[in-house]
Design a protein around this ligand. Structure first.
Ligand code: OSB
Ligand code: MG
Length: 376
């Protein structure tokens, strides 16, 4: 590329309803509707870029919502990005830096510029990000079920399908019982971890210490989203590595958390940290510090999963990703064909140029709840 790229002639933001198959139950409550935000770009040469800002509909995971993400993308992230000097993804990320928070909005815009750049260069998102692997190991994140029997059935199904790791959502009253049952039924060798989505406090340290007996890969986000110091206190009291999700919203957050021992394991979601540029920096930091790193999920459509998948091809990712395919989460995907999990529990990183998956624009249009053209 010589000094930047062709001008962007179309830039639009869409709020899109995804066809969730069943409610997702976690420590923060029930998610039974899934609206997401898509960013769509086209340049003067006809190259396209799509990105997703996968905040949830509600503010019970983090402050960002689908609504705030749509507004943030339309009014701030996309206008700043379009004003970036050369429109390259790194410049776009830098141009959006004045925005505080609103990480999902920035990530959706940035992903669209990454995909556009890959399309313009005739290369893959993986190559553009500097990724190596062509297959990525994945695990499932299991909703809180009504009964232990239901949980065991779901675990049996996914292990049978080859998934490399099981993550159980927990909350006070639903923690040791399902964990003990899964260990009892499937043995000590299954990679097992739990995610509390901020449902505990330091007063629950005894209940959390009881989980030390089960050889868990990690306990994800036991305490409140902003409880950085408390997580350091908790980690000192636990043998199981604490993993942070909600608390880590930037490279600086990850550095602080590692510096004070608030976690020994990192869940990285590009949406939550403001995009793929920050994600790559976080990956580098984790590799430097020898900290286990894996890619989390936000129940993205295939548009967002495409970015996650390309990111996971970096060698810094040492543990399986939360990457259930659309066939587990949705009636259908916004990309077609989408990815599936192979018998060995891996997902193939696409070889196709640009985003890597063909977007079903007919479905996107049909599912659009609102739509703002920022340029075009
Ligand atoms: O805490 O990791 C989480 C989904 C939405 C919001 C938060 C979380 C999750 C998941 C789902 O666990 C993982 C996936 O996208 O497959
Ligand atoms: Mg989590």
């Amino acid at each position: 590329m010589s000094g930047g790229r062709a001008p962007v002639v179309l830039a639009e933001v869409r709020e899109v309803r995804l066809p969730l198959l069943k409610p997702f139950v976690t420590g923060f409550g029930v998610t039974d509707s899934r609206r997401t935000v898509l960013v769509h770009l086209r340049d003067a040469e006809g190259n396209e870029g799509w990105g997703e800002g996968p905040a949830l509909d509600h503010p019970y995971y983090l402050p960002d919502t689908t609504t705030s993400t749509f507004e943030g993308a339309v009014h701030f992230a996309l206008p700043l990005a379009l004003a970036a000097e050369d429109l390259l993804p790194g410049s776009v990320a830098a141009a959006m830096e004045p925005i505080k928070g609103n990480t999902f909005a920035r990530a959706g815009v940035e992903e669209a510029f990454w995909a556009l750049q890959a399309a313009a260069e005739g290369t893959t998102l993986r190559a553009l990000l500097g990724g190596e692997r062509d297959r990525v190991p994945v695990g499932e994140s299991l909703s809180i079920a009504g009964t232990v029997e239901e949980t065991l059935e779901e675990v049996a199904l996914r292990l049978g399908e080859g998934y490399r790791r099981i993550k159980l959502k927990i909350r006070p009253g639903w923690d040791e019982r399902p964990v003990a049952a899964v260990r009892e039924a499937f043995g000590p060798d299954v990679m097992l971890q739990v995610d509390a989505n901020a449902a505990y406090t330091l007063a629950d340290v005894d209940a959390l210490r009881r989980l030390d007996a089960y050889g868990l890969a990690c306990i994800e986000q036991p305490l409140e989203w902003d409880a950085l110091l408390e997580h350091a206190q908790l980690q000192a009291a636990l043998e199981t590595p604490v993993c942070l999700d909600e608390t880590l919203r930037s490279l600086a957050d990850v550095r602080r958390a590692l510096d004070i021992g608030a976690c020994r394991n990192v869940n990285l979601k590009p949406g939550r940290v403001g995009g793929l540029t920050a994600s790559r920096q976080i990956a580098e930091l984790c590799a430097e510090r020898g900290v286990d790193l894996w890619c989390g999920g936000m129940m993205e459509s295939g548009v967002g999963r495409a970015g996650n998948l390309a990111l996971c091809s970096l060698p810094a990712f040492t543990q399986p990703a939360d990457m259930s395919p659309a066939s587990v989460l949705f009636a259908w995907d916004l990309v077609d064909p989408t990815f599936e999990v192979a018998d060995d529990g891996t997902v193939s990183v696409p070889d196709a140029v640009g985003l890597g998956f063909p977007v079903r624009t007919d479905r996107v249009t049909a599912q659009t709840l609102r739509h703002t053209v920022v340029r075009g």
